[in-house]
Design a protein around this ligand. Structure first.
Ligand SMILES: Cc1cc2nc3c(=O)[nH]c(=O)nc-3n(C[C@H](O)[C@H](O)[C@H](O)COP(=O)(O)OP(=O)(O)OC[C@H]3O[C@@H](n4cnc5c(N)ncnc54)[C@H](O)[C@@H]3O)c2cc1C
Length: 341
């Protein structure tokens, strides 16, 4: 049997791990941080494609999904108005319509995905080099692993630098969004809901000369044993702002001030608050490839690419699922090296 390595224990890595587990294929997962989960722990779980719901039901047996078919709402001239589709690419997965979300509790879903595979990942294994001839991955701590097949489920640029062959893959489309660099998540747990809207809210605010906007993502899954509501405010920041931590802190204060004005009840109903700064937000514009096998024996399985024959406009999770499916199909076929576009 082939020696499979999964690099990256974020959502893409653990989903693929579940696919391999279900197929009875053993693998070694390698995760650079201290815990498996990546962005997953503070992300939403929205998918846009019916086929993604089908895939997740088959894989996880998680059957309760709600469909939300409601336009996102934008705060404009003192009123909330339905927003038509002219979003930037980064925003699309959060604003797209209609979408499905799991209607049970989110933590249960995380457990369903994590528990079967978490033990198969070694943590604090940061891959910084792949030797394609020796079929070996090298970690920063000096350990190395032989592979016959790698599923790279992490940052695509890191893969290109690990194989040191970046010129072979065309990253033009991904580059388009480099202006957006970092982002803020302000997660609030409230004793009552702020609005009746189910889809996201777009909340523009000003910070100095910057016209910013926060996306308010309501977590529609139930919080077990608690009469609480969760909302996440997500702000994309240009490079200039995101690289200065003091400025970032001020942006957060400006956002909170403006939210307080808009929702006077927020102060009294706030049960808990968490702020996460993400120095690098993934671009959600996938670029097109002819095959997932970007280098011999090295496959990329995540939301940053889409195959020429699949849709490019789903959420990141839709894209990851499409790529997991293609990888899975390849397991039954002899692999061939396909040049990327
Ligand atoms: C607030 C928020 C809401 C979101 N909502 C949705 C949604 O509703 N629907 C949706 O589809 N998407 C959503 N997303 C996006 C989604 O969470 C991400 O696209 C997804 O989690 C990415 O998963 P990933 O596994 O590809 O990457 P990551 O989560 O970034 O995981 C990559 C993992 O690889 C590890 N790693 C990195 N480099 C190395 C290395 N060199 N060696 C080993 N390991 C390495 C990292 O530590 C990390 O654990 C949301 C994101 C945010 C922030």
């Amino acid at each position: 049997m082939k020696k499979y390595i999964i690099v990256g224990g974020g959502l893409s890595g653990v989903l693929l791990a579940n696919v391999l587990l279900k197929r009875g294929i053993s693998f070694q997962g390698l995760e650079s941080s201290k815990q498996v989960g990546g962005e997953f722990h503070f992300s939403e779980f929205r998918v846009h494609q019916d086929s993604s719901v089908g895939f997740l039901k088959d894989l996880l047996g998680y059957v309760e999904w709600n469909k939300v078919d409601e336009q996102p709402q934008e705060r404009k001239k003192g009123e909330w108005k339905a927003k038509e589709d002219d979003f930037i690419d980064e925003e699309r997965p959060f604003l797209g319509n209609p979408f499905y979300h799991p209607c049970g509790d989110f933590d249960r879903l995380v457990k369903l995905i994590m528990d079967p595979v978490e033990q198969s990942f070694l943590t604090e294994k940061n891959i910084d080099r792949i030797d394609l001839d020796k079929k070996t991955v090298f970690c920063k701590d000096g350990t190395e692993f032989y592979f016959e097949c790698i599923a790279w489920c992490s940052d695509l640029r890191a893969l290109l630098s690990a194989v040191n062959l970046s010129s072979k893959v065309n990253l033009k489309k991904a580059r388009k969004n480099e202006d957006f660099h970092g982002g803020i998540h302000l997660e609030m747990k409230l004793s009552k809901s702020l609005t009746p809207f189910l889809n996201s809210m777009i909340f523009p605010f000003r910070y100095k000369d910057h016209k910013l906007r926060a996306l308010g993502l309501r977590d529609l899954s139930a919080i077990p044993d608690e009469n609480a509501h969760r909302i996440q405010w997500l702000v994309f920041l240009e490079r200039e702002l995101s690289e200065d931590r003091e400025e970032v802190a001020k942006v957060i204060r400006a956002l909170k001030r403006e939210l307080q004005k808009e929702f006077p009840d927020i102060k009294n109903s706030l049960l808990k608050e968490k702020i996460i700064f993400q120095p690098k937000m993934n671009s959600f514009t996938p670029f097109e490839v002819k095959g997932l096998e970007l280098f011999p024996g090295v496959f990329y399985v995540g939301p940053e690419v889409h195959l020429a024959d699949t849709m490019a406009n789903g959420s990141p999770l839709d894209l990851t699922i499409d790529n997991c499916k293609s990888f899975q199909m390849g397991l039954t076929r002899p692999t061939t090296t396909v040049e990327s576009a």
